[in-house]
Ligand binder design. Sequence first.
Ligand code: GLU
Length: 309
Amino acid sequence: MGAVKGRFAPSPSGRMHLGNLLSFLLSWLSARAAGGTVVLRVEDLDPLRCRPAYARQLMEDLVWLGLDWDEGGDIPAYWQSNRGHLYTRAFEALESQGLVYPCFCSRAERLNEAPHGHEVSPSCPCAALAPEEVQAKLAQKAPSWRLRVPHKIISFTDGCQGPYSQDLWRDCGDFPIKRSDGAWAYQLAVVVDDADMAVTQVVRGRDLLSSTPRQLFLYEALGLTPPEFYHVPLLLAPDGRRLAKRDADLDMGALRQQHSPEELVGILGRMAGLLDRPEPISAAQLAKSFSWAKVSREDVTVDAALLAP
Ligand code: GLU
C-alpha cells in the first residue's frame, strides 16, 4: 500500500463539540500512526450556515489539541466554496452518462442534502417526466438535480464497523447532487474532493456510514478510486441523542476552560477504547500505540464520570 493520507473535513457551522473532536483525533491518529499525512478541507458548502470565523476557530482548536495538518487549512483552494468548478465538471460527466435529472418536487428538496439528513423514498416522479414537460417546468422553476441510482447492492468493508451493504435504490433512492439554489450537495463534493486531494482514508462519524454506498457509486460513475473508510462511534447525550453543535456545555469553548489538551486527549482516548483510564496524554504520544483493532465500535454515552480527568 502507498502512503496514507487522511483528512479533517469540518463544516464551519459552529464551535466543534466532543463528537467532532473524537472523529478528528482518530483520523489524525490513524494517519500519523501509519507515517502518513493529513489534509484539512473546509466544507463550507452551505452559505447560510457556514462562516469563515468558525473555520478559523476550529483550526485554532485543533492546533490547541495537538492535531496538525500538512495541507489545506486556510488556503482558499481547500475551501469547498472555492471549488465549484470541480463539482461542475463532475456534474457534467454524470450528466453525459444520462445519470442526472432535474427535480421539481418541493417535498424532497430540503431532505437528503445535508450529510446527516434523512433519506427520501426511492422513486421521484420527476425521473419519469417527458422532455417537453421538463422544458415547461424549467421555464417556471429552478430545479434541484438528482442522480439516478440503479437497482444495485453496494457492499464494502468498513475499517471500524466491518462489512456493510445497501440496496442503493431501495434504501436510498435517487439523491440530490445540486440544490435548486445552486448549492452543491455534500455527497458530490465530498467524493470529488477526497479524490482530487488523493485522500486514502476517510475517518468520520458512524452517522455517515449510510452515505458511503452513495459515495462509492459516485466514485465508480466518475471513474475515481475510493479511499478506505472508517466510521467511528458517535458520542451520545445522556438522553440518547447524538451530540450536536448546540450542546454548548460540551463544545470546545467550555471544554478548553475545564481541561488541558492532554486531559482532553486522554478522555477521548478512553471513550474510543484506546486507553483503560483517562490519563493525560498528548496526541503524538497516543499515536505510538494506536491500532484500529483497539477502537470500539459502540457509541458512547457521555456522562459526568467520563468527563472527569
Ligand atoms: N463536513 C462533514 C460534517 O461535518 C463531514 C463529511 C465527511 O467527513 O465526509 O459532518
